[in-house]
Structures are given as C-alpha cells and as structure tokens.
Design a protein around this ligand. Structure first.
Ligand code: CA
Ligand code: CA
Length: 229
C-alpha cells in the first residue's frame, strides 16, 4: 500500500503540465505585435508583470524588468523575412530592444516557479550586422537552433537573420526565481534583442509524457493486484 501511495505521489509530481512555464516574449511594440499568447513588451526599459504562459494562456507571476537599462525601440527584421520555426513566429523578429554602441542592457526575469529553464534568444537585423555579446546568468549560449557553433559576438545579420538562427541555453538555473539576460553591444555597432523564450526543463510536453508513463505503471500494478486477489 505504501508503494501505491508513493506511486500516486509520483504521478501527481510528474503530471503538472499546467504549472510548467513557457513564456514567449516579443521585445518592443515599435512596429508590430505578435499574436497568440505572446507577451508583447512595450515598456522595454521598465517593468512588466504577470507574463502570460503560452500553451495555457494563464497569467503567471513571472515578470521582465529592463529598468535602468539604455534600451531603445529598434527596427530589426524590417521586411519580416525570418521564417516561422519551432516556437518562433512572425512578426516577433520585426522589432527589438536596442542598444547604442558599447552599451550594456540587462533584462531580469523574476518570480519563476521552477528551478531549471531553457532560454532561447533571437538577435536579428536587416542589413546592419550588429555585434552582440549575449549572456544568461553570466554564461554564453550552449548551442544554436541550426546546430552551428555558438558565435561570440553574435552578428545580427550574418549569424542571426541570414541563416535564420538563434542562441539557446539548455539548462539555466533560476536563482531565487531569477534569471538575468545581458547584452553588450560592440564598441562600433548597435546591439539588439528581438525575441526571447523561457521554458521549464523538462518542457511541458515531457511532463505530460512522464505523467502518461506513470499512469500506465499504475494501471499495470492495478491489474496485477486484481489477479492476485
Ligand atoms: Ca513587436
Ligand atoms: Ca520583437
């Protein structure tokens, strides 16, 4: 009976997809808004609370704070040529939060409910190859969406827009619910962040699969017990 109780607890622990967080952020409302449960951030040098979870539409406690940063509304992928890929849809890349030459901008993501997150950041610009050194909790990216090596500094045209690529951090630890994103613009170019995704590890789909697996185990045990009785 104890084992059954432990399994039930495990099933509940594994089947919490509604509580997992998948936050999609379009930085800047300069040129356009991204539809669906995207968070369109107009106050790019300020605080935006209660970001919406993409799969469920639920309002979360998660916030994004660019207060004190030199962020400005920038054009990004003006003609919207970046293809829809995976989670990223248009017109999220059309505009962005920008930096003048040599400036450093920070976004603090707070009140995250889980410990580990995958963070994905898009920096794309038409014609002008802005050079960005982007870190998350002080670390460079683990990989890129296209599977090419991580390039630092990241060229918004040559590394971002032209190959339709972005940077990915696979396992970022939220420290007291906080993840810090930083972009440093090269001394001779501007800098830009167009879009961000922050998703619980494992992703909601994995939570659901784990839950289904646990349910099968429970059902199998139930059947076996039935036979013994
Ligand atoms: Ca926008
Ligand atoms: Ca954008």
């Amino acid at each position: 009976m104890k084992r059954i109780l432990a399994l039930i607890v495990a099933v509940f622990a594994l089947t919490r997809p509604a509580l997992a967080e998948d936050i999609r952020i379009d930085l800047s409302n300069y040129l356009s808004l991204t539809p669906g449960n995207w968070n369109n951030i107009g106050n790019i040098a300020g605080l935006t609370n209660n970001l919406v979870d993409f799969p469920t539409g639920n309002v979360t406690n998660v916030s994004i704070d660019g207060t004190g940063g030199p962020w400005q509304d920038f054009y990004g992928d003006d003609p919207v040529t970046f293809p829809n890929q995976d989670w990223l849809i248009q017109p999220a890349t059309q505009d962005g939060a920008g930096l003048q030459q040599g400036q450093t901008g920070t976004y603090v993501i707070s009140n995250l409910a889980y410990t580990y997150y995958k963070v994905e950041i898009v920096s794309a610009r038409t014609s002008f190859d802005y050079l960005n050194t982007i870190t998350v909790n002080g670390a460079l990216a683990d990989r890129t969406y296209q599977g090419t090596p991580v390039v630092t500094p990241w060229g918004s045209t040559t590394d971002g827009l032209t190959p339709s690529n972005w940077l990915i951090w696979d396992n970022v630890m939220a420290i007291n619910g906080v993840i810090t994103i930083m972009d440093v613009a090269d001394a001779n170019t501007l800098g830009i962040l167009n879009a961000i995704r922050i998703v619980t590890v494992p992703e909601p789909a994995s939570f659901a699969m784990a839950g289904i697996g646990a349910a099968f185990i429970l059902a199998a045990i139930g059947r076996r017990r039935g036979r013994i009785a």
